[in-house]
Ligand binder design. Structure first.
Ligand code: SAH
Length: 209
């Protein structure tokens, strides 16, 4: 069950759970999530659950992808940085809505497979980099949105500095068992933090693997 109809059923579920931004819902209806997981899991790709993508990592639950995208899109969004490409699904959703997505992944196999998949899906506005996301992507900064898809114990300072004025960062913060999704908005030299939903992400790791 990997048809557009199945995807639209998922989108209805996201609406029921409170996702309101039409552009986000449209993007979720468009991106074929089943192509971001291995074949054996494809029949579960439109269930609202996370799925394993190898190397102990997971593709996030669709609701969380939609929620994080909606939060980022609460202001102007042209250029976004993602830390933790993983399967590439979140980047593909963002790519439906913004001009340019930059995404960094520290596991080489995941980086390579996402990099190969994007052009196959006709997604030409995503640039991927193999590396440690902690330092961000200085050459392309500032970003009006930064999304971190692995949980940090402390928000990396270097990443905050790559936010444009009025830009927003969405990031899961906390330890393995207790994390909260935060949205941090830059206002000049000030950063305003708001706590959103409790979440469960894989841990942010230092260095490359
Ligand atoms: N956004 C992904 C979810 C991936 S899970 C998706 O849509 O599928 C989190 C990812 O963050 C993993 O692939 C993990 O390897 C990566 N990650 C963890 N720490 C990182 C770091 N310091 N730099 C870059 N990527 C990192």
């Amino acid at each position: 069950m990997t048809s557009k109809r199945t995807r639209l059923r998922l989108v209805q579920q996201l609406r029921d759970e409170g996702i309101r931004n039409e552009a986000v819902l449209e993007a979720m209806a468009e991106v074929p999530r089943h192509l971001f997981v291995e074949e054996a899991l494809q029949n579960r790709a439109y269930d609202n659950i996370p799925l394993p993508i190898g190397d102990g990592q997971t593709i996030s639950q669709p609701y969380i992808v939609a929620k994080m995208t909606e939060v980022l899109a609460s202001g102007p969004l042209h250029k976004v940085l993602e830390i933790g490409t993983g399967s590439g699904y979140q980047a593909a959703v963002l790519a439906q809505m913004v001009e340019q997505v930059y995404s960094i992944e520290r596991i080489e196999a995941l980086y390579k497979s996402a990099k190969n998949l994007f052009p196959q899906l006709g997604l030409r506005n995503i640039q991927v980099r193999y590396g440690d996301g902690e330092q961000g992507w200085a050459e392309q900064a500032p970003f009006d949105g930064i999304i971190v898809t692995a949980a940090v114990e402390q928000v990396p300072e270097g990443l905050l500095m790559q936010l444009a004025d009025s830009g927003r960062m969405v990031i899961p913060v906390g330890s393995a068992n207790s994390q909260v999704l935060q949205v941090i908005t830059r206002m000049g030299d000030h950063f305003q933090t708001v706590n959103l939903d409790p979440v469960r992400f894989v841990a942010f790791q230092e260095g490359i693997s």
